[in-house]
Design a protein around this ligand. Structure first.
Ligand code: SF4
Length: 149
């Protein structure tokens, strides 16, 4: 599994300080995709367990969540990464363009964002968006947390 970049982000998971890994190899080809550099499998660097755990340890006292932008196409590796995060008492989140991801992945998540990017409709901050951000355990839709009003 290759990651194009790593960032600490504050808005993608409301109320959380998230360690965000953008995984390359997305084949959904959404029109108007904001991250076409994620389309090509192998773009970026290999996310080894060593690199990953080093980053988790480095941000141990700051981060509250680990966020994957994609990566569901590497199910086994993604699950391993999510489990490692949970072991460190971090919450976990996946942003996917798919409508659904496997139960095996979902079981490892605190939050899940689903739905393709549709430029004409817009993202989570729009009331008529096709995307959903949920609390996995309660199945509660949390899109309202992204609303700018
Ligand atoms: S899911 Fe995200 S990265 Fe993949 S094509 Fe759609 S907008 Fe781009």
């Amino acid at each position: 599994m290759y990651y194009y970049d790593f960032k600490v982000v504050l808005q993608e998971v409301p109320g959380e300080i998230s360690l965000c890994f953008s995984i390359s190899g997305c084949n959904l080809r959404c029109e108007g995709c904001h991250s076409p550099f994620l389309w090509k499998e192998g773009n970026g660097n290999i996310l080894t367990e060593e690199i990953y755990t080093t980053l988790l340890n480095q941000y141990k006292n700051l981060a509250t969540c680990v966020l994957f932008m994609g990566g569901e196409w590497h199910e086994t590796e993604l699950i391993t990464m999510l489990q490692l995060a949970k072991k460190q008492n971090l919450k976990t989140c996946l942003y996917t363009g798919e409508k659904y991801v496997s139960e095996a992945i979902t079981k490892q998540l605190t939050f899940l964002k689903t739905g393709k990017w549709k430029q004409k409709i817009g993202g989570l901050e729009k009331t008529n968006t096709n995307q959903n951000f949920i609390n996995v355990k309660t199945n509660q839709n949390l899109n309202y947390l992204f609303s700018k009003n």
